[in-house]
Ligand binder design. Structure first.
Ligand code: ADP
Ligand code: MG
Length: 144
């Protein structure tokens, strides 16, 4: 699979808990490098567009309201098998099902407030990175 890029969002619950650094540390300790980062508050239109794939799901409105309830930290991550590695570090969508030691097991309260978003495929990672970052602005990995 090689070196990939993926998108992570530290959601409003985790930002509010003051654990941005702890979450970023997990990425850094596990072979993922932050190559882009911005803190922002999503508008309702942006949140609806970002999660458009879920617009028919019963939880869509709650998800959008939650994602606009406070600031988020958007991260572009790069590393070996970054898409899968990030998903493994995140843990299952419902923190009750998340493996011990994963971000969601340690920082999430519920399936709604579940600390992080992560792209679920290389194809979606490219789409989601474009949503937040101008690709030309991403620096090359210079550390290794
Ligand atoms: P993931 O974030 O693990 O990729 P999904 O893409 O399936 O999960 O869902 C997107 C987000 O929607 C989840 O992170 C979660 O916040 C919310 N969500 C998913 N399923 C449910 C559900 N059954 N009830 C409430 N919220 C949900
Ligand atoms: Mg998903």
């Amino acid at each position: 699979m090689g070196i990939e890029r993926t998108l992570s969002i530290i959601k409003p619950d985790a930002v509010g808990k003051n654990v941005i650094g702890e979450i970023v540390s997990r990425f850094e300790a596990n072979g993922l490098q932050v190559i882009g980062a911005k803190m922002l508050r999503l508008s309702q239109d942006q949140a609806q567009a970002f999660y458009a794939v879920h617009k028919e799901r019963p939880f869509f409105n709650d998800l959008v309201q939650f994602m606009i309830s406070g600031p988020v930290m958007v991260l572009a991550l790069e590393g070996e098998d970054a898409v899968l590695r990030n998903r493994e570090l995140m843990g299952a969508t419902n923190p009750k099902d998340a493996a011990p030691g994963t971000i969601r097991a340690d920082f999430a309260e519920s399936i709604d407030a579940n600390a992080v978003h992560g792209s679920d495929s290389l194809e979606n990672a490219a789409i989601e990175l474009k949503f937040f970052f101008n690709n030309d602005l991403l620096p090359r990995n210079v550390s290794n």
